[in-house]
Design a binder for this molecule. Structure first.
Ligand SMILES: [Mn+2]
Length: 366
C-alpha cells in the first residue's frame, strides 16, 4: 500500500462499524473456544493481539482464546484451514487481515471478518467489517484498534496497532502517533522489522506462532527489541536468514516483456522475500509493473509479488492475463490495487508469463 496523508479525524463509517462489532461480540456464547485467525504479517498480528486483549478485558478467559494461521504460502480460505477450525468446535471465529472470499470456511460458526483488502464475496452467514472503501484506507491493525477502542479499553495497545499500521504503510492516526512518540520511533521500527520476519522466513509455521506470543506478551516495543525470550531469539535468527536471502535476490537482473510494461525478477529462495524485492525495484523502475517471482518458496510452485508506481490496477491486470489459467481460483490476484501477487503451479506460471509477453526461457531462475 501507498503511504497515506496525515489523517486527523475519525472515519464517518466508524460508529456504524463499531455497532456491528459490538453486536457480534454480544452474541458469543459463554463457553467454547474463540478462534482468532489472522495474517502472519505485523498488520495481521497487531490486529490479532489487540482483539485478544479486548476479549480478555471483557472477561473472556485466556484459556478460551486460540490463535491460528494459514500454513506456509497458503491462503486462509482452503479446506485444510476449515478442517482445523471445525476440529476445535469454536463458539466464534474472527478472521483478520486475510482478505474475504465466499469460501464456506466454518459452516454454522459465528464469524466476523475484519479487513482492508478488496472484497470478493463473503462466507455464508458471516459478518464483515472492511475498510477497503474508507478514505484513507485503514490497515487491519488500525481498523481493529478503532473498533476495539470505542470505550478506551485498549488504549494501552495503541503501540501494537502502530506497529501493524507501519508494517502495511497505513495512514497516520493521532492515537497511534502518540503511542509511537511514547515508545520511541526507533523501537517501533525495529520491533516492526523483527515481527515481520515471521511470515517472511523459510519456516513461518514455527515463526508466526512465536511472533504472536511475543507480541501479545510484550510490555513495550523496546521489550520486543531487547528481551531474550526463546520466541524473540528465534525471530532474530530468522531475521538474519531473511536479510541474507534478500541480499542474494537483489543481485538478479530484471527482464522485460515484449508486449506489456512488466519487469520480471525471477529467482529461487526458501524465504518469502519476493514482496520485499518487488517493493525495492518499484522505485527504480517507475515506468513498469514490477513482478518478483520466487520458485523456491513452495515446491513445484512459483510465488510472486507485483508492485507498481504506474497508474494501473494490478488486480485487473492480473485478472485479464489469468483468464486462461485453469484451477487457480483463490491462488492469485488478491489484495490491493497497487500491491498484489499469488502462487501458481510452474505450468500455470509459464502460461501467465507467456500471456504477459515473456519468452519461455525467462521462466526459470538464472
Ligand atoms: Mn494488512
Amino acid at each position: 500500500m501507498e503511504p497515506q496523508p496525515y489523517f486527523t479525524g475519525d472515519y464517518p463509517e466508524l460508529p456504524e462499524a463499531r455497532t456491528s462489532f459490538e453486536k457480534f461480540i454480544a452474541q458469543i456464547s459463554d463457553t467454547g473456544p474463540i478462534l482468532i485467525l489472522c495474517d502472519g504479517d505485523v498488520d495481521g498480528l497487531g490486529a490479532g493481539v489487540i482483539l485478544w486483549e479486548l476479549l480478555e478485558k471483557r472477561g473472556v478467559k485466556a484459556s478460551r482464546l486460540k490463535n491460528i494461521h494459514a500454513p506456509k504460502g497458503s491462503n486462509a480460505f482452503i479446506p485444510a484451514v476449515r478442517d482445523r477450525i471445525m476440529a476445535q468446535k469454536p463458539a466464534a471465529l474472527f478472521i483478520l487481515d486475510l482478505g474475504i472470499t465466499r469460501f464456506d470456511i466454518a459452516p454454522g460458526v459465528k464469524i466476523l471478518l475484519v479487513d482492508h483488502h478488496r472484497l470478493e464475496g463473503q462466507p455464508p452467514d458471516s459478518r464483515v467489517i472492511t475498510g477497503y472503501q474508507w478514505r484513507p484506507v485503514p490497515t487491519s491493525s488500525l481498523l481493529t484498534f478503532l473498533l476495539c477502542n470505542g470505550q478506551d479499553e485498549v488504549i494501552g495497545e495503541a503501540w501494537k496497532a502502530a506497529i501493524g499500521n507501519l508494517g502495511d504503510l497505513g495512514p497516520e492516526h493521532p492515537l497511534l502517533q502518540q503511542a509511537v512518540k511514547e515508545q520511541k520511533q526507533k523501537y517501533i521500527r525495529e520491533a516492526t522489522s523483527l515481527l515481520n520476519t515471521a511470515k517472511r522466513c523459510s519456516d513461518p509455521d514455527t515463526a508466526i506462532p512465536a511472533a504472536f506470543r511475543a507480541f501479545l506478551e510484550a510490555p513495550s516495543a523496546k521489550a520486543v527489541v531487547e528481551d531474550e525470550s526463546e520466541d524473540l531469539k528465534l525471530l532474530r535468527h530468522f531475521k538474519q536468514e531473511v536479510q541474507a536471502e534478500l541480499n542474494e535476490a537483489k543481485r538478479v537482473a530484471p527482464k522485460f516483456s515484449a508486449t506489456e510494461k512488466v519487469a520480471l525478477l525471477r529467482f529461487d529462495s526458501p524465504a518469502r522475500v519476493h514482496p520485499l524485492l518487488a517493493q525495492s525495484w518499484r522505485g527504480r523502475l517507475p515506468k513498469y509493473m514490477v513482478m518478483a517471482a520466487n520458485g523456491g518458496f513452495l515446491p513445484g510452485k512459483v510465488s510472486f509479488s507485483m508492485r507498481t508506481n504506474l497508474d494501473v490496477n494490478l488486480l485487473d491486470f492480473l485478472a485479464r492475463h489469468g483468464e486462461k489459467l485453469k484451477g487457480v481460483e483463490n491462488e492469485f490476484g488478491h489484495g490491493h490495487d497497487k500491491a498484489t501477487g499469488g502462487t501458481l503451479s510452474n505450468e500455470n506460471f509459464d502460461r501467465l508469463l507467456e500471456s504477459m509477453g515473456f519468452a519461455k526461457e525467462n521462466n526459470q531462475a538464472p
